[in-house]
Design a binder for this molecule. Structure first.
Ligand code: LLP
Length: 431
């Protein structure tokens, strides 16, 4: 199987984190998101330890919580003592309500409203990642009104294309995020930030994209960022305490994706940072990284019940499930590949080629095409692997379909982290 926490038991059922997935489907109903909590914690520690070993002291990962946001994940990250990245007042509210120590949060976004800025300050967000000059000025003003000096990082675009899907590539000069180094505007922004009375510039941030398997794009980004640091320090005298290299390490969705050793990749980035800093004659700043997907994606799986199985003779086969784009819009949006297993008969020969269709009134509502499965029968359980990132957090209520619950699995117990959304929940705001 794709991962070592996925297997098949003596009943021929798919297991995940040691749990029989068919039993979980019976216990909690479908569609159902399940997440291996122990795997999330282990991955967080892998990042944390590698960053402590290969980067200067104080370097830590931040969980990019857009990948998976609910109170329980913030509690887990608080217990693991890492930072978080939040991108909206909603994420701030969720983290704060979960008791996350908000001084360890970084507030992102390319269009923070005055209301968002005030809300973040009131909730004691530790650091703003300022995207543009309008935000810088608004933040300076609001921080002044509130009588605080707000820590910030400036988000700059290093001008790199990491060769990933264009909708998840963000580091190029034309990106809607950040301020470009190439045009000289990033340097101008540093002067402005240093002039702001109510702002404390702590360093820089860049994020080049997602689903990156090699350390080379991070190495290139680091080189550009360090040159920028050196150049800016020479001109302004400002030496940053931190450099945030963003998120983006990939995960294995199918057998076609390479396996990735995060520790090794972090070690390689560390070597590039050391080499470059030595060449430039500057100290290596404290490094932050913001993994989202690589902390949670392969710790998640979605279970569905098979409904109709439609064979269009001479054309194609559809297997319809009781979920779809409302709980996983990633194929519809990005044609993302997935691995699918018939959980009820996980050992049987996969000799039936099928398109996996969701239940929405929308032809594009698919989880993917050309999956090889044993021919499923109505009522059987089907698993889509690697759905821990950007599934629950991107789920919608289209067609008034409720979001599935999230069940966490660990070595001691299975428990509900998010309840199933009911019809009443969906009608709650209707007048
Ligand atoms: N930091 C920043 C500033 C980001 O914009 C992102 C992702 C991350 C960190 C985390 O990146 P990760 O490690 O998860 O690749 N919905 C898309 C992904 C959008 C990513 C947006 N930003 C998907 O489902 O693939």
């Amino acid at each position: 199987m794709l991962y070592n926490d996925v297997s098949v038991n003596e009943r021929g059922h798919l297991t995940f984190a040691g749990y029989d997935t068919v039993e979980l489907a019976e216990k909690y109903g479908t569609p159902l998101y399940i997440m291996n909590e122990d795997k999330i914690r282990a991955r967080v520690r892998e990042y944390k330890n590698a960053m402590q070993d290969y980067f200067p002291s104080g370097s830590v990962p931040e969980f990019a919580s857009k990948a998976f946001c609910c109170k329980q994940i913030y509690r887990i990250m608080a217990e693991e003592e890492i930072d978080i990245d939040v991108v909206s007042p909603g994420e701030i509210y969720t983290a704060a309500s979960a008791g996350f120590p908000m001084e360890k949060s970084f507030f992102h976004g390319n269009n923070k409203t005055d209301g968002d800025i005030a809300f973040a300050i009131d909730n004691k967000v530790g650091c703003f990642v300022v995207d543009n000059l309008d935000e810088l000025k608004a933040l300076d003003k609001i921080a002044g009104q509130k009588g605080i000096k707000q820590k910030i990082l400036l988000r700059v675009t290093p001008g790199i294309d990491p060769h990933t899907h264009k909708k998840i590539s963000t580091g190029s000069v034309e990106s809607k995020f950040g301020i470009a180094i190439e045009t000289g505007q990033a340097l101008e922004a540093v002067y402005e930030a240093l002039d702001c009375k109510n702002i404390l510039l702590c360093g820089y941030h860049c994020h080049i994209g997602s689903q990156i398997f090699e350390s080379e794009p991070f190495g290139t980004a680091s080189e550009i960022m360090l040159e920028f640091i050196k150049d800016t320090a020479d001109k302004t005298g400002f030496v940053p305490e931190m450099l945030n290299l963003g998120g983006g390490f990939g995960v294995r969705y199918t057998e076609n994706d390479p396996e990735i050793d995060y520790r090794k990749r972090i070690c390689e980035v560390g070597e590039i940072l050391n080499r470059q800093c030595e060449k430039l004659g500057i100290a290596v700043p404290k490094i932050l990284m913001e993994p989202g997907r690589s902390l949670v994606a392969d710790a998640g799986m979605t279970l569905y019940t098979v409904g109709s199985v439609k064979e269009i003779r001479g054309y194609k086969n559809y297997v319809s499930i009781d979920g779809g784009m409302t709980d996983n819009p990633r194929y519809t949006l990005y044609e993302s590949p997935y691995t699918v297993v018939l959980a009820s008969r996980a050992n049987e020969k996969a000799d039936f080629t099928a398109t996996l269709a969701g239940r929405c009134c929308e032809s594009g509502d698919l989880i993917g095409e050309n999956f090889e499965l044993p021919k499923p029968v109505r009522g059987e359980i089907l698993a889509v692997l690697t759905t821990g990132a950007y599934n629950y957090s991107m789920a919608s209520n289209y067609n008034r379909i409720g979001r599935p619950p999230v069940v966490m699995l660990n070595s001691k117990k299975d428990y509900i982290a998010v309840e199933r959304e009911s019809f009443e929940d969906m009608c709650r705001l209707d007048k």
